[in-house]
Design a protein around this ligand. Structure first.
Ligand SMILES: Cc1cc2nc3c(=O)[nH]c(=O)nc-3n(C[C@H](O)[C@H](O)[C@H](O)COP(=O)(O)OP(=O)(O)OC[C@H]3O[C@@H](n4cnc5c(N)ncnc54)[C@H](O)[C@@H]3O)c2cc1C
Length: 247
C-alpha cells in the first residue's frame, strides 16, 4: 500500500493564534471513531509526517483534525500556513486502539482530555454507538484559558441530546470561571470534587477511564487511579484505564 495519498485542504478554522482545525478532502479507508491518521507535507525535499486524531465520525466527510501550533516544531509551523485548495498528504489508513471495540464493558465511561486530546472523544461521542453500551459518559476537558476551550457548541449539542446520561466537566487552570473546575485533575479526583461535578462515582468496579493528550496528565491521572484500585487495560489483561499520549 502507498505510504501516502493526496488530499486537498477544504477549510482551515483558526480558533485563536495557537489552535486550528483543518478540514481535508482525502479518500482514506473506512476508519473507527477514535483513530488517527498521519498528515504529511514535503518540507525541504523530505516528507514530514505526524499523527493526528480524526474528529469526523466514520463515513462523515471531510476529514477533520484539531491541532496546536508548536512554534519550534517541524510540521505545525507549515500546517498553519495552509489554505483551502492546498495539497496535503494523508496516510491511506487510520490507526489506533482508542476505539469503542477495545474498551471493555463498564457502567460509567470517563473520557479525560487535555487540549487537542479532546478530538477523538468528540468523534466517538458524535458517532453515538457508545450510548448502547454505557449508562453514563463523562467528558473531562482540561485547558489553560477559556479561549482554549474549543468545540463548546459541539459539546453543548451532545449535552442537550443526552441530558440524563452525559456530563461535561471543563477544567480551566489559569483563569477562574464559575462553570469550570480550577486546578489539576488528579487533585480533583483525590479531594472528591470531580465526582461531585460529574455526578458520577469514581469506582473501579463499574468505571472505565480513557485518557488522551498531554503525557504528564496521562501519567499523573493513571497513577492517581491506580492508587484507588484501578488497573491499566491491556487486550490480554483487561483493566480500567486506556491511554493515548500525544508526545
Ligand atoms: C497518536 C497521536 C495522535 C496525535 N494527535 C494529535 C492531534 O489530534 N492534535 C495535535 O495537535 N497533536 C496530535 N499529536 C501530536 C502531533 O503528532 C505532533 O507531535 C504535533 O503536532 C507537533 O508536530 P511538529 O512537527 O510541529 O513538532 P515536533 O517537531 O514533532 O515537536 C514535538 C513537540 O511538540 C510538542 N507537542 C506535540 N503535540 C502537542 C500537543 N498536541 N499539544 C501541545 N504540545 C504538543 C511536544 O513538546 C513535543 O515534544 C498526536 C500524536 C500522537 C502520537
Amino acid at each position: 500500500m502507498a505510504a501516502w495519498i493526496h488530499g486537498k485542504v477544504v477549510d482551515h478554522k483558526r480558533w485563536n493564534e495557537k489552535l486550528h482545525t483543518l478540514y481535508i478532502d482525502a479518500a482514506i479507508e473506512p476508519h473507527q471513531a477514535g483513530q488517527f491518521v498521519k498528515i504529511g507535507l514535503e518540507i525541504d525535499g523530505e516528507i514530514i509526517g505526524r499523527p493526528y486524531s480524526l474528529l469526523n465520525p466514520p463515513r462523515h466527510t471531510p476529514l477533520e483534525i484539531y491541532y496546536i501550533h508548536v512554534p519550534q516544531g517541524q510540521l505545525t509551523p507549515r500546517l498553519i500556513q495552509l489554505e483551502a485548495g492546498d495539497d496535503i498528504l494523508v496516510s491511506p489508513r487510520a490507526n489506533g486502539f482508542m476505539v469503542l471495540d477495545e474498551i471493555p464493558q463498564a457502567k460509567h465511561l470517563w473520557f479525560m482530555a487535555t487540549g487537542t486530546g479532546v478530538g477523538p472523544f468528540l468523534a466517538i461521542l458524535d458517532e453515538g454507538k457508545l450510548w448502547a453500551r454505557f449508562e453514563r459518559v463523562v467528558l473531562v476537558y482540561a485547558v489553560r484559558t477559556l479561549s482554549e476551550l474549543s468545540y463548546q457548541e459541539r459539546i453543548a449539542a451532545l449535552a442537550a441530546a443526552n441530558p440524563e446520561r452525559f456530563a461535561f466537566v471543563p477544567f480551566i487552570s489559569r483563569e477562574t470561571w464559575p462553570f469550570a473546575q480550577p486546578g489539576r485533575i488528579p487533585q480533583a479526583i483525590e479531594n472528591g470534587s470531580l465526582e461531585m461535578a460529574a455526578g458520577t462515582p469514581i469506582r473501579a468496579e463499574d468505571s472505565h477511564f480513557v485518557l488522551c493528550g498531554n503525557p504528564a496528565m496521562v501519567e499523573d491521572v493513571t497513577q492517581c487511579l491506580i492508587g484507588r484500585g484501578f488497573k491499566k487495560h491491556r487486550r490480554r489483561d483487561p483493566g480500567h484505564i486506556t491511554t493515548e499520549s500525544y508526545w
